[in-house]
Design a protein around this ligand. Sequence first.
Ligand code: PNS
Length: 182
Amino acid sequence: MSDNGPGRAAAQPRRCVCPGSYDPVTNGHLDIIGRAAGLFDEVVVAILHNPAKAGLFDVEERAALVRNALRDQRGDDPRVTVSVWSGMLLVDVCREVGASAVVKGLRGTGDLGYELPMARMNRHLTGLETVFLAGDPTLEHVSSSLVKEVAAYGGDVKGLVPPEVHDRLLARRAARGPEEGG
Ligand code: PNS
């Protein structure tokens, strides 16, 4: 007999997906993932790779950077996993991992304008719900694309990204040389 009593099915864990390009992971992402883990039993960090779009970091490196940052932030927590998906709809990823919701952070109204149609489309496709969390105001200016641009021109992004990401961005710039780096 299960702990759930006679004839009662075991409760399924409430699972969500935190999707994104994570090229690279920022402290804004980590804030949202950590808060999602407070709301759901399990969190799948899904790195969605668009094969037509070249990123700065390849997807396996992105995944390693997220895993290492999560380990530093919360130790080895089996409730939060990281996986890479390529050329797939987010709704299909959610179906595959058994997630009932997507969790996204909103930094401001610009994010809402970008996210709302996707949330509605995902709900239209399979009924997948999206939960929006208000982004931490101290990280409002932090995005992967801005971090990459600032770092490429030699700006300091310390405190905006995990230390390992900071080091990788510096190494990229060093490898490219000063002329290209600006
Ligand atoms: O970090 P990003 O680039 O803002 O993440 C966007 C992402 C990857 C979550 C979004 O583009 C996405 O869900 N892509 C998967 C393909 C898909 O489902 N497209 C239709 C969205 S309604």
